[in-house]
Ligand binder design. Sequence first.
Ligand SMILES: Cc1cc2nc3c(=O)[nH]c(=O)nc-3n(C[C@H](O)[C@H](O)[C@H](O)COP(=O)(O)OP(=O)(O)OC[C@H]3O[C@@H](n4cnc5c(N)ncnc54)[C@H](O)[C@@H]3O)c2cc1C
Length: 382
Amino acid sequence: MPDVTVVGGGPAGSLSARLLAASGLDVVVLEEHKQAGVPMHCAGMLSPETIRLSGVQPEILGTVNSADVIFPDGRVLEVGRRTPMIYAVDRADLDRKLADKACEFGADFRYGVKCNRAVTDSKCATVDTNAGTIRSDIVVGADGPSSKIALSVGHNLPLEIIVGMQTDIKYRMEDQERMVLRLGSSVAPGFFSWQLPMGDITRVGLCVSPPLRPADYLKNLLKISGLEDREKVQKFSGKIPIGGRRTSYANRTLLIGDAAGQIKPVSGGGLFPIFKAAPILNDTVNSAYNLGVFNSSVLALYERGWKKAFGREISKGARMRSLYTKMDDEQMNYVGKLFDTPEIKDSLGMIDFDDPSNVVRPILSQKGIKTGMLKVYLGKGR
Ligand SMILES: Cc1cc2nc3c(=O)[nH]c(=O)nc-3n(C[C@H](O)[C@H](O)[C@H](O)COP(=O)(O)OP(=O)(O)OC[C@H]3O[C@@H](n4cnc5c(N)ncnc54)[C@H](O)[C@@H]3O)c2cc1C
């Protein structure tokens, strides 16, 4: 019987497996697909710090140090800096490298194994799969936005799900260091769209809230961007669970990544939280082994740990998202006008993609901004 069964061989599963195996535990990873990294769902926008935390070097497809933020009335806010804001990475390559590294540390990856549910009792955690049952001391649910393991611990759906779609187009953007973000109800209601330079390829995508369909908006976005007639190389879609879940632990069970709802609500980025959460998960599992106790009172250490590490950022982001989703196009245009000053654009240029709320204070300290934003908060500001 392995010590730990990790369900899901994405970044959350692979990094957790690597750390647990490096601690000397016997780890099995169950992945429903035939290989790591496919199908791919992600835009691959990662900060330099996120790449560092991953412990591997994924292929870099683009380096972005500035952005044109386009408001519904066409106003363009150019924000930027000299150093890289984000990298566009080959996400499939990142997943593969994370899985390979976990294998190097001794994790046993079993591909083509789909898990249906997990049950726990005082003796073990039992995972039901299409290839039989697997028993272990602990199960780690790293099975993404539609996690079966998250639901095995009772009512634990994410608060909100948004859906994204993106396509890679054969087109070389003139400025290879500048991405384009578009806001507004006709482009990506409740979220934003992105256009990323990746050499001879441009990645274009967006997210919307169901029942809206991202495919309808993507078509319009390509038209607005003048890219509708360009050759599409590939297309991906995926869900992003936003707003957290009720719990990330239970008896003999820990959840990580999308399965735990560890997503940045403003950007929809999930990799930075994963890479911060995995070492905390590993420490918690090791504490449980030291004590020989695998119940929820010991595993609660994990949730306390990750909430201390980045929970505040998630809750601040959730408040920012709540205000953002209430704004109509006229209010967005009003904010665009308010923010169109050299000082605020400088502050926005310094944004930390892993902690975007760090720009709130410098922005609010600018003359007239607090009053303007209060108007927006009160449903005015048009
Ligand atoms: C359109 C889009 C764009 C995004 N862009 C970014 C971005 O630019 N930057 C960023 O940081 N984040 C981005 N994200 C979010 C990011 O992709 C996720 O947060 C991240 O993939 C979560 O990793 P994970 O390991 O938790 O889950 P996943 O990557 O979903 O991996 C889960 C794994 O579990 C497997 N699995 C699922 N169910 C089972 C089962 N029952 N049995 C066995 N295996 C199972 C899956 O096959 C998969 O391999 C984006 C998401 C979307 C949808």
